[in-house]
Design a protein around this ligand. Structure first.
Ligand SMILES: [Zn+2]
Ligand SMILES: [Zn+2]
Length: 210
């Protein structure tokens, strides 16, 4: 694959903040910087890559809580999630106070919608809008390689919780079945929590999809 990735678990929720970079240009994106910025910046330093943007899969605090500060520190734009998650991003500071996690509210520089493309150096990702866990959750699928970043939509052996504000179980299942399963069994994905998996593995064994 023409890119590399490093996963940095952040926040008490052990969220998989992902540093992803284009090997050809060494341009990097930081996906879902929920917090623990020193650990994220360490990973950036070790990679030797140059951060050019922050991407958000959705607006929950463990994914987006550190985005405002990181944007300021690095001077890079924030892309995503879908604007349906604006209500979550607006309230990050208050949510952070409730959970005891330092967080700031943020408004992205670019909202993402179904069919949009996100570029990183020579890499191109297609945007899939996958509501259900949150109404504005997005998935990023590498256009040419069997690889996706799925946030909290789908996990190895599980799916995103749907008991949070504006979560909906039936909508989430529909997003997974109509948008993710058709990507193909060979597609590997990094998810918001826990180990990686593949679409095929989840199609065969995920108890929520049978
Ligand atoms: Zn979430
Ligand atoms: Zn999460």
């Amino acid at each position: 694959m023409p890119f590399r990735a490093a996963i940095v678990p952040v926040t008490p929720f052990q969220q998989n903040c992902t540093l992803l970079w284009c090997e050809r240009t060494m341009q990097a994106a930081i996906i879902d910087p929920g917090g623990d910025l020193p650990r994220i910046l360490d990973a950036v330093e070790r990679s030797g890559a140059r951060p050019v943007k922050i991407l958000l899969t959705h607006g929950h605090i463990d994914h987006a809580g550190g985005a405002a500060e990181l944007k300021e520190r690095l001077g890079v734009p924030v892309e995503g999630p879908h604007r349906e998650d604006a209500f979550l991003l607006d309230h990050l500071a208050a949510t952070g106070a409730a959970y005891g996690i330092p967080a700031r509210s943020i408004m992205p520089d670019r909202w993402l919608e179904e069919g949009d493309e996100v570029t990183l150096g020579e890499l191109v990702f297609d945007v899939l809008h996958c509501p259900g866990h949150s109404p504005g959750s997005i998935v990023l699928k590498h256009r040419d390689e069997p690889f996706a970043l799925v946030g909290d939509v789908l996990f190895r052996g599980s799916i995103g919780r749907t008991d949070l504000p504006r979560g909906d179980h039936a909508t989430l299942i529909r997003s997974i079945k109509e948008k993710l399963l058709p990507l193909g069994d060979d597609v590997a994905f990094i998810c918001g929590h826990g180990p990686m998996s593949t679409i095929g593995e989840e199609r065969r064994s995920n108890p929520f999809l049978v």
